[in-house]
Design a protein around this ligand. Structure first.
Ligand code: G3I
Length: 448
């Protein structure tokens, strides 16, 4: 587990189970539908990459509740499923598929033909063209065949292009030539005629040389009658740098007669996260999800991990992170509410586009420190008031950056003179100290 936020007084808490419960935060309105309900209503996918071994506890609850599609983040890659030639290990992949089926979720298979995360016996081997072709066919027959009829889509070919639009030089390209792509697609279609077959790549979200190479490839494959149903735009993006041509790019693929999926969305920032960066990130998530929502053939959006505690970013980009819609303690970030709004929800509010999120930032045996964040996306506020009801006898003793009063179990807080304004795409926070005993559940906060 990654280190928790500074100032969190978890060491005084009794047990790990208690900690998990205490550190959750609740979005503003209990009536907010989960993201998957919003997506279902629009006929779209809202998915997440998952780690199979984590699908229990809070991680499993959120994954099952909020998403209608799962992508195994690593579990279906060749190196995971066949680490030793001829000896398969399906445990993690099977677990994810079973979880998805138990939760009424689609599965997106990821990925069959890639230059990375392959087993050593494959990458270290010496292969003739015929041998490698047979190995590839066998892999596709075995893996696609195993899950036949159970997966909605496969990322058949992953990352075939360089940034300049030339083919990436890989084992596949160098040994089989560019038609390894057509071969893999054709073989996958035969192994599971019901799965949609995709080519997936990064830095192809906007119109550029790489996405144009992908466009030209898909066009020529379709002209040749090769089965290709869609393109995956991975969308590993940077805060403030969403390409301006995402919608236009999605539309041109749609016009070609293929589906488009945003397959690996995350939007990273330099740490530490600040309110301004989180607000910009929310606006960025909103613009990507909105671009997909605006095009019929865009099937939906999958995030590459839903919590900052399960993201590849900090390991790969030291100093960067906070790229997903939930923080490390499973509190929904402004980005979460922005996704909800782009899918047609209120983003935690009945109509006005602003949300309030309650979290416990530190706790000791008799007291705790809490924080409420008021965020707006697609709306703004000139002043605000929030309220909540404690169910377990908690009492607020002191607040800062807000004026709070408690009457019985009901706490009401209004803005201070200096933080009533919440701009579109911005947020403000206030803090408080309170007492507790027994238990300290998270209340539902109402804004307005
Ligand atoms: O499983 C081993 C573990 O046994 C070992 O102790 C640990 C030590 O580093 O490594 C673990 O493997 C890691 C694996 O993720 C599982 O956590 C690898 O080191 C690590 O390199 C690997 O990273 C994955 C990355 O692909 C590799 O390129 C990320 O989790 C995964 O999210 C990421 O996903 C890719 C997509 O498949 C394609 N698009 C880009 C995306 C991000 O790189």
């Amino acid at each position: 587990m990654r280190s928790r936020r500074p100032g969190l007084l978890v060491s005084l808490l009794a047990g790990a189970a208690t900690v998990g419960a205490l550190l959750t935060a609740a979005p503003a309105h209990a009536a907010d539908p989960p993201l998957r309900d919003l997506a279902d209503a629009r006929g779209k996918v809202v998915g997440t990459a998952v780690t199979g071994s984590k699908l229990t506890g809070t991680y499993g609850e959120v994954a099952g509740r909020e998403f209608n599609s799962l992508t195994p983040g690593n579990a279906m890659k060749w190196g995971s499923v066949e680490p030793v030639r001829g000896r398969h290990d399906w445990a993690e992949a099977d677990r994810i598929v079973a979880f998805a089926e138990a939760h009424g979720q689609q599965v997106r298979g990821h990925t069959l033909v890639w230059h990375s995360q392959n087993p050593g016996w494959l990458t270290d081997g010496t292969w003739t063209r015929d041998e490698l072709s047979a190995v590839l066919n066998d892999h596709i027959d075995t893996e696609v065949g195993r899950y036949k009829g159970r997966l909605a889509a496969w990322d058949v070919v992953n990352e075939p292009f360089e940034e300049d639009g030339t083919y990436r030089r890989t084992l596949w390209y160098d040994t089989l030539g560019p038609d390894y792509i057509a071969q893999a697609l054709t073989r996958a279609r035969a192994a599971d005629p019901g799965a949609d077959l995709y080519i997936n790549d990064y830095n192809v979200e906007g119109v550029n040389a790489k996405s144009t190479a992908l466009y030209d490839l898909v066009k020529s494959l379709k002209e040749r009658g090769v089965p290709v149903d869609g393109v995956g735009l991975q969308a590993h993006l940077i805060v403030g740098q969403v390409p301006s041509t995402v919608r236009q790019n999605i539309q041109r693929f749609a016009d070609l007669g293929v589906d488009v999926a945003i397959t690996e969305l995350d939007i990273r920032m330099q740490l530490p996260a600040t309110e301004a960066k989180l607000a910009q990130q929310a606006a960025d998530y909103r613009s990507v999800v909105s671009a997909c929502a605006a095009v019929d053939r865009c099937t939906g959006v999958t995030v590459w991990g839903f919590t900052d505690s399960d993201s590849w970013i900090p390991d790969t980009f030291p100093g960067e992170g906070a790229a997903t819609p939930y923080d490390e303690n499973y509190a929904p970030k402004p980005a979460y509410h922005a996704i909800a709004q782009a899918l047609g929800g209120g983003g935690g509010q009945p109509a006005d586009g602003c949300t309030a999120t309650y979290g416990v930032t530190g706790q000791w045996n008799t007291g705790f420190t809490g924080q409420v964040r008021i965020s707006c996306a697609g709306a703004s506020l000139a002043s605000w008031k929030v309220s909540w009801t404690y169910g377990e006898g908690q009492r607020v003793s002191q607040a800062w950056n807000a004026t709070c009063a408690q009457s019985g179990a009901v706490v009401t807080c209004g803005n201070a003179a200096w933080n009533g304004t919440v701009p579109d795409g911005g947020s403000v926070t206030f803090g408080f100290n309170a007492s507790w005993s027994g238990s300290n559940g998270v209340p539902v906060v109402t804004l307005g």
